[in-house]
Design a protein around this ligand. Structure first.
Ligand SMILES: C[S@@+](CC[C@H](N)C(=O)[O-])C[C@H]1O[C@@H](n2cnc3c(N)ncnc32)[C@H](O)[C@@H]1O
Length: 233
């Protein structure tokens, strides 16, 4: 695949450093967009359950999902590749007891490998999977760090929709299951960011291969995004 070297977590992090303020002042989450509404509904349901364990918010960005978890009494590990995103997250979290949240700057997979506790909820919302070199590995690691009754909630970019919307020079590769797309960077001086979109059946396969036995997918056409909620049992 051309441009594979662009996928280091620090490269992706530097891109999100540049767009952090714009990203975080846009209206994503708790917005009427179908996939965001679905995520918010799932999150509300999962966070009002009787569980009190730790939530991992991977690719947490500005920490909106973590705020929802902290408001419901959870403890949260926030992980992101972008220092600027984490700076925004820590401002947002300032109202909560610091003993209940921890921020980790780095790669989501490395954080999962190093994680001690079992999580009862792992979040990969906001298309973290699109930016990882090996999304299947991230799902396997998340599965291995989940409490047996835990849940993973995530979103992904949908190949089915995007393949017809992108211009030819925005598509780097497409094997029918996964599409690599080019996200142009403003300055034109730096390499473009590459991102991955998955077909719904490929997303299902990845979840099954990672050891998730039950899952629901949510597919949406308007934004070209989808969501999944999956459990090991
Ligand atoms: C589109 S933003 C979504 C942020 C937030 N979850 C939300 O839904 O608003 C994707 C985030 O994933 C982070 N990210 C990308 N690759 C990463 C990696 N390998 N490890 C940790 N974070 C990563 C980016 O820095 C960025 O903040």
């Amino acid at each position: 695949m051309s441009g594979e070297s662009s996928f280091t977590w620090s490269f992706v992090g530097s891109h999100f450093d540049e767009v952090a303020v714009r990203h975080e002042t846009s209206s994503r989450h708790l917005s009427p967009k179908a996939v965001d509404g679905w995520v918010d509904g799932q999150l509300t349901g999962l966070l009002t359950s009787s569980q009190s364990g730790i939530v991992a918010d991977l690719g947490c960005g500005g920490g909106r999902a973590s705020v929802a978890a902290l408001r419901r009494g959870r403890r949260v590990l926030l992980v992101d590749a972008s220092r600027e995103m984490l700076r925004i997250a820590s401002t947002r979290l300032a109202e909560f007891d610091k003993a209940r949240w921890r921020i980790h700057h780095g790669d989501a997979c490395e954080a999962l490998e190093e994680a001690d506790p079992e999580f009862d909820l792992v979040l990969m919302v906001g298309e973290l999977l699109a930016y990882l070199p090996d999304p299947g590995r991230a799902l396997r690691l998340a599965r291995s760090r989940l409490h047996p009754s835990g849940t993973i909630l995530g979103t992904y970019m949908r190949r089915e929709v995007l393949v017809d919307r992108l211009k030819q020079d925005e598509i780097v590769a497409d094997d029918g299951a996964a599409l690599i797309l080019r996200e142009r960077r403003g300055s034109g001086l730096e390499p473009d960011l590459l991102a991955k979109a998955f077909s719904d059946s490929e997303m299902q396969r990845k979840l099954t291969d990672a050891g998730f036995r039950s899952y629901d997918l949510f597919s949406e056409n308007a934004s070209g995004r989808g969501g999944f909620v999956a459990r090991p049992v």
